[in-house]
Structures are given as C-alpha cells and as structure tokens.
Design a protein around this ligand. Sequence first.
Ligand code: NAD
Ligand code: ZN
Ligand code: ZN
Length: 346
Amino acid sequence: MKALVYGGPGLKALEDRPKPEILDAGDAIVKIVKTTICGTDLHILKGDVVTCAPGRILGHEGVGIIDSVGAGVTLFKKGNRVLISCISSCGKCDYCRRGMYSHCTTGGWILGNQIDGTQAEFVRTPHADTSLYPIPPGADEYALVMLSDILPTGFECGVLNGKVAPGSTVAIVGAGPIGLAALLTAQLYSPSQIIMIDQDDNRLAVASRFGATHALNNTSGDAAQKVKALTSGLGVDTAIEAVGVPATFQICQDIIAPGGVIANIGVHGKKVELHLETLWSQNIAITTRLVDTVSTPMLLKSVQSKKIDPAKLITHHFKLDQILDAYETFANAADTKALKVIIEAG
Ligand SMILES: NC(=O)c1ccc[n+]([C@@H]2O[C@H](COP(=O)([O-])OP(=O)(O)OC[C@H]3O[C@@H](n4cnc5c(N)ncnc54)[C@H](O)[C@@H]3O)[C@@H](O)[C@H]2O)c1
Ligand SMILES: [Zn+2]
Ligand SMILES: [Zn+2]
C-alpha cells in the first residue's frame, strides 16, 4: 500500500509499505477514505517530536471503512464506516476511567507518532471499540475529518479549560485550524466578545466570517494594547494560546483580566517566560492539556444537528498519490491560503 513516511527531520516520502495486520485482539484494520495533515505533523517534520522515529507513517486524523477486526472487537465489523480519533484509549486504565484518554497507559497520542498512522491506504487502530466512532448514516464525512483532532482540541484545551461562559470576553491567539476550531466551539457558550489575533490577514478575514467580533493583526506588536482598548482596559476573561511560541504565550499574559484563565493549546518546543511578578496577585489560572477527545460524541451530535459546521475549514483537496503537494500547500499557508487539506485515499 502507499503511505507517507517520515524519514527524520526535514525528510518525508511516499513509499510502498505492507498492509498492516491485526496484532492485538482489540485492533481493527481500517481502509482510509479521507485523511488530512495537522500542524503537529509539521512539528514532527521539524524534529520537534522526539517520540516519533524515522520510518513512521504519519497522520492521526481520518475517516475510513473497517477492513477487519481482532477477536476482542465487539462494536464494529467489516464494512462499517468509522471516524478515527487521534487519541487511542483502552477505556479501562486509571486515566481512561477519569476521562483523561490522552494519558491512556496503552494508548494516548500514538497514531502517526509511536505507531503507524493514517496517511496511508490502511491503518491499524488499537483499542478499536473505544477509539473509533460509528459514522451516522448521511453524515458529511468531510466535516467529520475535522472531528479526529482539531475540533475536540480547540474545544477541550481552549474553550472548556478556558471556562468560556455566556457574556464573557475571549481572545484567541493564532487563527490556524486549531484557533479557528476554538472560535467555532466557543460560540456554543455565547461569549460577548471573541477577539482573534494572528499575523496573517487571510486567516483573520476567515475568523471574522466564522464569528470573531474583532480580528487583530499582531505584526506591529501592539495586540495587547488593542485588546485592552476593546475591553475597557481590563483584558479578557479567557486567553487561548493556539500557536506554540514564546511570543504568543506572552501576549496571553499581557491581556488576561483579573480572575481570568490562560488556556494553552500550542505545542511548545522552546522555554517560555512566566511573569509571576505581575500575575501573582491577579487570581488567574493557567491550564495545559493534550486533547483527550472525550468531547467527540457531543461534537458529533453538534455537527449532525448543524450547530457547528467544521467543513468550512477545508480549503484544498488532493489524492493520496499527491500527498507531497498537499504538504507543500499546507506548509505554505500564507501564500496558498490553506486551512485544512483533505487527502482522498480511497
Ligand atoms: N494540545 C494539543 O492537544 C494539540 C493538538 C493539536 C495541535 N496542537 C498545536 O496547536 C497549535 C496550532 O495548530 P494549527 O494546526 O492551528 O497550527 P498553524 O501553524 O496552522 O497555525 C498557527 C497560527 O499562528 C499564527 N502565528 C504564528 N506566530 C504568531 C505570532 N507571533 N502572533 C500571532 N499569530 C502567530 C500563524 O500565522 C498561524 O495562523 C500547534 O502548536 C499545534 O501543534 C496542540
Ligand atoms: Zn493533530
Ligand atoms: Zn486507557
């Protein structure tokens, strides 16, 4: 089968690989129908993710059709259409019992990281019963690809951890797919203001179309003053960091109002400065989270009932044998205006 293989920092290739086989009773082999590329795949290609070894098939998002299941799988059978979660969870370990699937002792974020992923014709998914979701009849499978990772990530790490509430003020730093997913799901809670901050005017225009009340270009470095001006000098109740660099975490510290929450989503490769000398008296909280995907069933219903339409994040379509072009397009978003690229594998 064809698969996109990580070859070490800066290296990737479309290779021929053997079709995966069932290794454990809980496994399923899924024929990939659609997959996509995540900002985190670009982090892997930069060498930022040390757990991902050269030779790994990348990808942790997608929808597909069950090809075969292990003897222990009870919920799925050959021919079922499924959504693949980026997080594998056994459902039984202490972390899974607490709903913290991201830290499952035999799962977590392993797909396209510690085991082969979804940017291929087939993938082996461990703990299939608790890590795959049946696709409801008639569902928009393009929209569902956004549910493997980015929608639960924006919602859980940004909106839920950030305690977005009716009438509250929110700033989202970073208008990439993750920041935009936080923007779409924050609106479920009717905050009074959602201020989007980025350096890319195209992405800011998209954010305005998706419901941001204000869109600020931070290239001139004055986003914090502008946020203060928009919030009667107070700052925001929730500051969501959706980039993963020191400068954007700094903006969050500069704009958080007393009693607020800084909700970090970004994958950070570099040390950031924490200004406790100014924040200690401000009654704030700082949260971090690797997405758990516990909200996937709720988000599936919200998408089905059209309360959220994540398909509008899709900008480009490719076939699996054009996946190197898909990576080029996704990695050069400022020029290509790419948000999410869909790769059709079957
Ligand atoms: N915590 C988790 O579980 C989890 C899951 C998935 C992704 N992530 C991380 O979330 C982050 C965002 O993902 P994405 O796919 O949207 O990434 P992306 O690279 O597509 O988007 C990042 C955005 O930040 C903007 N930006 C960069 N520097 C900036 C600055 N100084 N000021 C303002 N804006 C700036 C860019 O223009 C871009 O629009 C990444 O770090 C990704 O690895 C975390
Ligand atoms: Zn991802
Ligand atoms: Zn577990």
